[in-house]
Design a protein around this ligand. Structure first.
Ligand code: BV8
Ligand code: ZN
Length: 244
């Protein structure tokens, strides 16, 4: 596939593709008003990720970590999916083998209607008991500290994958299968620095897929993909298909 593809060429490829996998990051939700992690206005502008998004941070100061997640829950609760999320729903409904892998924990893909979806870093609207590991939905705003498990009185934590924590095995099996077997991998709105998601572009390339990046800035993926389009997801992604 020549790398001089236009975005309309990619749209045509998608129209004929049998198997499409999409990887998204915080950039797709930026157009809904959800701050990214590493940008100039990023969530981690005032904190270092290790101070908040790690099991050590939670063990050291669970109240601080819950304050951060409560702040993010309040913020995300007022946000809606944008045209990019909605276009991915339309593609899912039209393409025979479609899978969406998101690093985002904001729940906006599910809210838009995506169903063939792996939230590989978890979901900010779910909590997990640190004692019995029970996962349950929780939309309390704010979540009152300390959140206690109704089954065993253990302390609840966000059901989110922190640095140094392994991802859910089923999520990873499904994600690797989708990345290895797709005809096209779209990578949308991710800085491509966090593993294992950062390894998906080379894996898809090895599998013979057409790999396309749509991102506001260049990333480490930009030199690996077949074609990279720079711009806002809300402007670029709808060019790939008609939102529902
Ligand atoms: C694991 C908490 C096994 C959730 C997050 C050394 C080498 C390789 C790997 C490692 C290493 N040392 C440690 C590791 C493993 C580590 C890792 O990858 N570290 C990196 C930083 C080097 N990974 C892990 O620990 C993972 N677990 O591997 O388990 C293991 C176990 C033990 C030891 C080793 C391995 C766990 C990873 C999950 C961590 N959790 N956060 C939360 O609170 O949300 S990571 C955090 O970053 C978020 O989850 C987020 O999803 C993720 C990725 O960020 P992005 O989504 O890409 O967002 P970012 O702001 O960075 O970029 C946004 C992009 O959008 C930008 O490029 C911007 O240009 C663009 N953009 C902005 N606006 C727009 C836009 N694009 C389009 N339109 C716009 N409008
Ligand atoms: Zn419990």
């Amino acid at each position: 596939m020549p790398s001089g593809l236009t975005i309309l060429d990619v749209r045509d490829c998608l129209a004929q593709a049998r198997s499409v996998t999409v990887l998204t990051g915080a950039g797709i939700s930026a157009d809904s008003g959800v701050p990214t992690f590493r940008g100039p206005e990023g969530l981690w502008k005032n904190y270092r990720p290790e101070e908040l998004a790690s099991p050590e941070a939670f063990a050291r100061d669970p109240k601080l970590v819950w304050e951060w997640y409560n702040w993010r829950r309040e913020l995300v609760a007022t946000k809606q999916p944008n045209a990019a999320h909605k276009t991915l729903v339309a593609l899912e409904r039209r393409i025979e083998h479609f899978w969406l892998i998101t690093q985002n924990v904001d729940g906006l893909h599910a809210l838009a209607g995506s169903q063939r979806l792996s939230e590989i870093h978890g979901n900010i609207w779910k909590v997990r008991c640190t004692q019995c590991n029970r996962v349950s939905p929780n939309r309390d705003l704010p979540l009152v500290y300390p959140p206690i498990c109704t089954d065993c009185s253990g302390l609840l934590r966000p059901h989110i994958v922190w640095f140094g924590e392994s991802l859910d095995q089923d999520d990873m099996t499904r994600s690797y299968q989708a990345v290895r077997t797709c005809d096209i991998l779209l990578i949308i709105g991710t800085s491509g620095v966090v593993y294992p998601a950062a390894s998906f572009a080379p894996i898809a390339k090895d599998g013979g897929a057409l790999v396309v990046e749509l991102n506001l800035d260049p990333t480490p993926n930009s030199s690996i993909v077949d074609v990279a389009f720079q711009g806002r997801a809300k402007d670029l992604v709808p060019l790939l298909g008609d939102a529902t």
